[in-house]
Design a protein around this ligand. Structure first.
Ligand SMILES: Cc1ncc(COP(=O)(O)O)c(C=O)c1O
Length: 379
C-alpha cells in the first residue's frame, strides 16, 4: 500500500544516535551539535504577529537581510530570489523534488553529507562522481565546497573556478550547500562557486543552525531565475511557510549591531575547541589514525591506520558512553572502510578527554582482534 520510494528509505544513523546522546554521562562526537554555551537566551513577547501565518518565501525583512549578505559574497541574489527555509535540510528536499526522478543522475562528492544522500536516494537518484575539474555528467551537481561535511575540506580557488566553468559548459545545475562558511578558523578562499558562474542554473543555500540555533529550524536559499518560482511552489506544498516566530527571532539577531561580533566570538570559541580536540586526538589516537585539523566547520575526519568497518564498533562505543559517526555512512556507493567523523564543537575539554580515551581503548582492542583474525586466516 505504500509508495515504491519507501523501499529505499533507511533510518538516519544520526537520528538514532541523537536519541541516545542525552543519556547521563554520554560523550557525543556524533552529531553536528553547536555548543550549548553558544545558544542565545530568549525573552518572551506578546506580539500576536509572531504567531500569525506569513508568506511562503519568508519574512520580507529577513529575506532582505539575507539578500544583502549574499550579494556581498558576489551572488546574484536580489531579495525577490531569496527564500527562507525550514532548515537547509528542506532545501535539499525541494531541490530533489525539482530535479530527481527514479534513475536521474546526480553528481556528488565521495564522501559527502549523508542526509543529502538519503534524500537524493529517496527520490531515486543514480549517483555519479563529482570531479572538480571535469564537466559533471548529470543534470544536478551537489557540493559542500566550504568545510565539507564530513571531511572539513575547503575547496581551493582553482577548484571552485573550474567547477563553475564546468557546470556552465555542461548545462548542469549547481546545488551549493554552505552551512559552515561562518565557522572559519584559518583563512581560505570561500567565495561561493555559484558567485563565479556569472549565469547558468544554480541554487545556493545556507543555514542559521550553526551560527544561531538549530532548534529554530531556519535556513535560506537563493536561486537562478529559471528555478526560483518552482522552488516557491514546492515549498508551499510542503509547509506553506517557515515558522513566523523563528523568523522574527533570527531577524532581530542578524540585524542587531552585535551580530558580526557574535560570529567572531563563535569562531574563536570553536577554534579553541578544535585545538583542544586536536591535542587530545594526538595523545590518544596518534598511531591509530591519521587526520588533518580542519580550517573550519565542526568535524575531524579520521582514517584508521589499520582499516576496519567502524560501523561494527558503534554499539560497543555507545555502551561505553561515547558516540561517533562511522565514516562509511557518508559514501554514495561502496564505502571506504576505516573512516570516522568526530564532532568537536559540543563536548567540553573534560568530556573530549574521556571520550577519546575510551575510543582509543576500543580501537586498540579492535585492531588487535583484527590482526589476530588476519593472522589466523593466513596461518
Ligand atoms: C552539509 C549540510 N547541509 C545541510 C545541513 C542541514 O542543516 P539545517 O537543516 O539544520 O539547516 C547540515 C547539517 O548538519 C549539513 O551538514
Amino acid at each position: 500500500m505504500l509508495s515504491q520510494r519507501i523501499a529505499s528509505l533507511r533510518p538516519s544513523p544520526i537520528r538514532e544516535i541523537l536519541s541516545v546522546i542525552d543519556r547521563p554521562g554520554m560523550v557525543s562526537f556524533a552529531g553536528g551539535l553547536p555548543a550549548s554555551e553558544t545558544l542565545p537566551h530568549l525573552a518572551h513577547s506578546d506580539d500576536p504577529a509572531l504567531l500569525q501565518y506569513g508568506p511562503s518565501e519568508g519574512d520580507p525583512e529577513l529575506r532582505a537581510a539575507v539578500s544583502e549578505q549574499l550579494r556581498a559574497l558576489g551572488l546574484d541574489a536580489p531579495t525577490e530570489r531569496v527564500m527562507i527555509l525550514s532548515g537547509s535540510q528542506q532545501g535539499i528536499d525541494l531541490v530533489s523534488k525539482l530535479f530527481i526522478d527514479p534513475g536521474t543522475p546526480v553528481a556528488v562528492e565521495s564522501p559527502t553529507y549523508l542526509a543529502a544522500l538519503q534524500v537524493f536516494r529517496l527520490y531515486g537518484a543514480d549517483f555519479t562522481n563529482l570531479d572538480w575539474d571535469r564537466a559533471p555528467t548529470a543534470p544536478l551537481a551537489y557540493v559542500v565546497p566550504t568545510f565539507a561535511n564530513p571531511t572539513g575540506r575547503c575547496a581551493t580557488r582553482d577548484e571552485r573556478d573550474s567547477l563553475a566553468r564546468a557546470c556552465l559548459d555542461s548545462g548542469t545545475t549547481l546545488f551549493e550547500d554552505d552551512p559552515y562558511r561562518e565557522l572559519t578558523y584559518e583563512p581560505c578562499d570561500r567565495v561561493p562557486v555559484a558567485a563565479r558562474m556569472g549565469g547558468g542554473s544554480w541554487v545556493y543555500q545556507g543555514s542559521f543552525s550553526k551560527t544561531f540555533a538549530p532548534g529554530l529550524r531556519l535556513g535560506f536559499l537563493a536561486a537562478s531565475e529559471d528555478l526560483f518560482p518552482h522552488l516557491v511552489m514546492l515549498k508551499q506544498a510542503v509547509d506553506l511557510h517557515s515558522s513566523t516566530l523563528s523568523q522574527r527571532l533570527v531577524l532581530s539577531a542578524v540585524t542587531d549591531p552585535s551580530w558580526a561580533q557574535r560570529l567572531d566570538d563563535l569562531a574563536s570559541f570553536y577554534r579553541n575547541r578544535r585545538d583542544v580536540f586536536d591535542d587530545a586526538l594526538r595523545r590518544h589516537l596518534g598511531g591509530l589514525a591519521e587526520w588533518q585539523a580542519p580550517a573550519g566547520g565542526l568535524f575531524f575526519w579520521l582514517r584508521l591506520t589499520r582499516p576496519l568497518d567502524t560501523r561494527t564498533l558503534l554499539h560497543t562505543a555507545i555502551d561505553r558512553g561515547v558516540a561517533f559517526m562511522p565514516g562509511e555512512e557518508f559514501f554514495p556507493d561502496r564505502p571506504q572502510l576505516g573512516t570516522m567523523r568526530l564532532n568537536f564543537s559540543h563536548a567540553d575539554a573534560a568530556d573530549t578527554e574521556r571520550g577519546l580515551r575510551t575510543l582509543a581503548t576500543l580501537l586498540d582492542g579492535a585492531a588487535d582482534h583484527h590482526t589476530e583474525q588476519t593472522s589466523f586466516q593466513r596461518g
